[in-house]
Design a protein around this ligand. Structure first.
Ligand SMILES: [Zn+2]
Length: 388
């Protein structure tokens, strides 16, 4: 049985990984894939990302009638499935069901899963943090071999399959660093101080400097006033890699979308967003900071960052069924829908909670609602949480 890769406990305590439901108006299943991007309405994305979706293709019907128009489905994270002609056969039932319901399916691609780790270990280039921690289970984010051996063949396989299967619209790259031993979370500015990243920078800038030990590299860059320049160098590396990836996929299917989960301000996401602009398609950025409720200031900040990097990037707040009451989710999405803010939902509960489906289908009309946490009436619909 295929399941989603479990989000790290650390992250779950704070937020919660989610179920996306990108609402994209697919007019007909027979529609030519190259025409699909014209139909993308960024204000109407409603995506559900739930554990069990592959094992329960019949859920598509309930999702659709509740108002979702897209879902996320996982691929095995422990094997190189793209090397096997039957590697994605397990997706057939959910893709067929989604097609019947005129829903879109996005495949979850793990940045930090077992197969990704194996490939990075084979190549021998690991992420190194600013503290000097060598992350043997994480790839260096700008290792071109890892992109070539992992992201490119896996996504190309799915892009080719999307030509035969109209419900398959693209991927959501899950960039959470689940396998990090120092920390998990987004690909932040603590990365990457590996030998190759640092040597590449020094050579590029023609700086005569002996390679410091890993734990001293960030500090040395800072002392030399080069840290911002170093991050700019890394940003350009990831931009180039993402641009190559997007271009290669567009040659296979110009409508194949690349979205991603997890985001924070920093060199990696700036470069990634800029590079993905190469395919000129919308890039949905699935934020988990909102798992406990909508955060207007976060939205404002992220939209500014996204707009500066990719004119087609779309910030999507996500809501987690384990962190919010069904009523709280309903009230929140009523607000999202009224303000035309695209959103996504994450769920780990199997079967999918009926109450949540009901709340999505018929969101409560009152803005004020009892808070399960405090037992009092919430004055802001941002704060309707299940637990502290
Ligand atoms: Zn590196």
């Amino acid at each position: 049985m295929t399941t989603m890769f479990p989000p790290s406990p650390q992250l779950l305590r704070v937020t919660a990984v989610g179920c996306l439901t990108l609402v994209v108006h697919l007019s007909t299943a027979e529609e030519h894939p190259h025409e699909r991007d014209k139909l993308m309405d960024s204000s109407s994305l409603r995506l559900v990302w739930s554990w069990g979706s592959n094992d329960h293709p019949e859920w598509c019907s309930s999702f659709k009638s509740a108002g979702f128009n897209s879902l996320v489905a996982p691929v095995p994270h422990a094997e190189e499935w793209w090397q096997n002609v039957n590697g994605i056969n397990h997706l057939t039932p959910v893709l067929e069901s989604a097609r019947r319901e005129k829903m879109s399916v996005y495949i979850q691609i793990m940045w930090s899963g077992d197969v990704s780790m194996k490939i990075s270990q084979r190549n021998g280039r690991h992420a190194v943090t600013a503290k000097g921690t060598v992350e043997e289970r994480l790839a260096c984010p700008v290792d071109p071999r890892w992109w070539k051996d992992y992201l490119e063949p896996s996504l190309e396989t799915l892009a080719r399959h999307s030509l035969k299967e109209p419900a398959l619209r693209g991927v959501v790259i899950d960039t959470e660093q689940y396998q990090g031993k120092e920390t998990s979370g987004a690909v932040g500015d603590i990365y990457c101080f590996c030998d190759d990243c640092m040597t590449g920078f020094l050579e590029d800038r023609k700086i005569q400097q002996a390679l410091p030990v890993p734990a001293k590299r960030s500090e040395r860059m800072e002392k030399l006033g080069l840290l911002a320049d170093y991050r700019d160098h890394l940003e350009k590396q990831v931009q180039k890699l993402a641009s190559t990836l997007a271009t290669r996929l567009a040659k296979i299917n110009p409508a194949f979308e690349i979205h991603f989960y997890c985001v924070e301000e920093g060199w990696f996401y700036r470069g990634f967003l800029k590079g993905l602009a190469a395919n000129q398609l919308p890039v949905c950025v699935l934020d988990s900071s909102t798992y406990n409720g909508y955060l207007p200031k976060r939205g404002e900040k992220m939209r500014q960052m996204l707009a500066a990097c990719n004119p087609k990037a779309i910030w999507m707040p996500g809501y987690y069924t384990d962190s919010m009451t069904a009523r709280g989710i309903g009230i929140t999405i009523r607000k999202m829908n009224a303000e035309k803010i695209p959103w996504w939902l994450y769920n780990q509960e199997i079967p999918f909670p009926e109450k949540v489906l009901g709340a999505v289908k018929n969101p409560p009309s009152r803005v004020e609602a009892p808070s399960a946490r405090t037992g009092t009436t919430a004055t802001q619909d941002d704060l309707i949480q299940k637990s502290p």
